[in-house]
Design a protein around this ligand. Structure first.
Ligand code: NAD
Length: 492
């Protein structure tokens, strides 16, 4: 049994409560580690350490170039540890090792990219319309930034926040999900090797309602970058509003994956499957609403069922496995509830629709890849995020109808279009209310490309050049070269 500690001000410590949360391996169903159950007092210690580090000469006197190099070095050390980090993350969240190890290697790019950007954050000299004034604008860090992450991709989603926050010169307090904190604590250990001054990176663990909320409400936290569900996102937004703390919210989705009759069928079938059964559907960008044009509906569905019906369920560490366990017990119950809801609503279960036994006597929780056809857009199974391997199939007649169905939902995280018609790809992607639209591909993200939601799927953007602005504030400096003081009773 591994017993982890939190990382505050460069020191490893237990929580003030001396209580622990058990961490379960979703495949074996066994407890494999304990993490500290943090309290508001721990939050205060972590934020104070981050605030002290933010004001310290050790951090502030680093030039932007030195800060950037530090981030790049961190990225290099993370890359050297990618396999070990991936193993821990799989033990924590049960996602396929083959995917997680790629994510762990890939996340290092965020530190290289934003490390490179650190000394390119330039201000401007606006051509001011007043005499004898030199006007400068500069972009400054905000201070302590809170990074709150979910259980489905803890490290990758942390990199999306930590890399731009640190590159901009902020300090951070990380609060990983109570289900999957171990890999983030290892991330902190690796940051020590990179040589960050103490307090620049801190990790507190515990429940969202305790430490998460206390972190958002802390008066020294200047920005919260949150990835998680709708309810948590709402609470974070409301709590942050109390003292005007900035937020970036990356929330849920119910993305439409739209297949037109001119699509490359083989490609589209793979795309539809990767949209929903990869990561056992536990991904915010899941293409959980498959929209099929009438004329290809039956043939497409048949091909999809053929391929998805062969998915190998099993040990996430086994490279042959295609569908792994459900990460948490509450999530498993939620998925099973939605399967019942869909059946009750009259959707036709054409594949799966039940739990699956964990292989080799393990106690993990599995759900069969499940497909409902005959779904209409007013059903809950079409409107609500399941976050599991459950696909809703809807029919449409033409472009207009597809767009209407795709947009008739409160979410707007992502969408997919499968067509060989360029004009259609452009016009439909223009009209979809989603932060990301993939055409003839699905589930790609990059450090270079802004990512975020429309509507209830979030606020702000992560990744790309845009994300750095989320961690900066702009100051205007007015320098007078005039020799006489103008009328002091007049605005200049
Ligand atoms: P969650 O909202 O339950 O928890 C996310 C994090 O927030 C956890 O660390 C949790 O402890 C913390 N938290 C919960 N309540 C809080 C509060 N009141 N104040 C502060 N922190 C709080 O989400 P989850 O179940 O861990 O993750 C699944 C959800 O995340 C899904 O809805 C999924 O769509 C979403 N998600 C979104 C993206 C994206 O980029 N848009 C990516 C991955 C996951």
């Amino acid at each position: 049994m591994h017993k982890y500690q939190m990382y505050i001000g460069g020191k490893w410590c237990d929580s003030a409560s001396k209580e622990w949360i058990e961490t379960v391996n979703p495949y074996s169903g066994e407890v494999w580690a304990q993490i500290p159950k943090g309290t508001a007092a721990d939050v205060d210690a972590a934020v104070s350490a981050a605030d002290t580090a933010f004001r310290s000469s050790e951090w502030r006197s680093l030039t932007a170039t030195q800060r950037g190099k530090l981030l790049c070095r961190f990225g290099d050390i993370l890359a050297e540890n990618a396999e070990a980090l991936a193993e821990i993350e799989v033990r924590d969240n049960g996602k396929l090792y083959a995917e997680v190890v790629n994510q762990c290697r890939y996340m290092t790019q965020w530190f290289q990219y934003y490390g490179g950007l650190a000394d390119k954050i330039e201000g401007s000299v606006p051509p001011i319309d007043k005499p004898n004034i030199l006007n400068l604008t500069k972009h400054e860090p905000l201070g302590v930034c809170a990074c709150i992450t979910p259980w489905n991709s803890p490290l990758l989603l942390l990199a999306w926040k930590a890399a731009p926050a640190l590159a901009a010169g902020n300090t951070i307090v990380i609060k990983p999900s109570e289900y999957t904190s171990a890999s983030t604590l290892e991330f902190a250990r690796i940051s020590e090797e990179a040589g960050f001054p103490p307090g620049v990176i801190n990790v507190i663990t515990g429940l969202g309602a305790d430490v998460g909320e206390a972190l958002v409400r802390h008066d020294k936290v200047r920005k919260v970058a949150f990835t998680g569900g709708e309810e948590g996102g709402k609470r974070v937004n409301l709590a942050a509003a109390d003292d005007f703390t900035r937020v970036t919210l990356e929330l849920g989705g119910k993305s439409a994956n739209i297949v037109f009759d001119d699509a490359d069928m083989d490609q589209a079938v793979s795309g539809a499957i990767s949209g929903i059964f990869a990561a056992s559907g536990q991904t915010c960008i899941a293409g959980s609403r498959l929209l099929l044009q009438d004329s290809i509906h039956d043939e497409f569905l048949e091909r999809l069922l053929d391929m998805a019906g062969q998915a190998r369920i099993g040990d996430p560490m086994n490279p042959e496995t295609q569908v792994g366990p459900i990460t948490t017990e509450p999530q498993y119950r939620k998925i099973m509830d939605y399967i019942e809801i869909a059946k009750g609503e009259g959707a036709v279960c054409v594949m799966g629709g039940d739990s699956a036994p964990a292989p080799d006597g393990n106690k993990g929780l599995f759900v069969q890849p499940t497909v409902f056809s005959g779904v209409t857009n007013d059903m809950r199974i079409a409107q609500e995020e399941v976050f599991g391997p459950v696909l809703s199939v809807l029919r449409f007649t033409d472009e207009e109808h597809a767009i209407e169905i795709a947009n008739d939902i409160k979410y707007g995280l992502a969408a997919g279009i499968w067509t060989q018609n360029l004009k259609r790809a452009i016009t439909v992607s223009d009209r979809l209310e989603a932060g990301t639209v993939w055409v003839n591909t699905y589930r790609s993200t990059s450090y270079t490309t802004p990512f975020g939601g429309y509507k209830a799927s979030g606020l702000g953007r992560e990744n790309g050049m845009e994300a750095i602005k989320e961690y900066l504030q702009t100051k205007s400096i007015w320098l007078s070269t005039g020799s006489s003081v103008a009328n002091p009773y007049m605005r200049r």
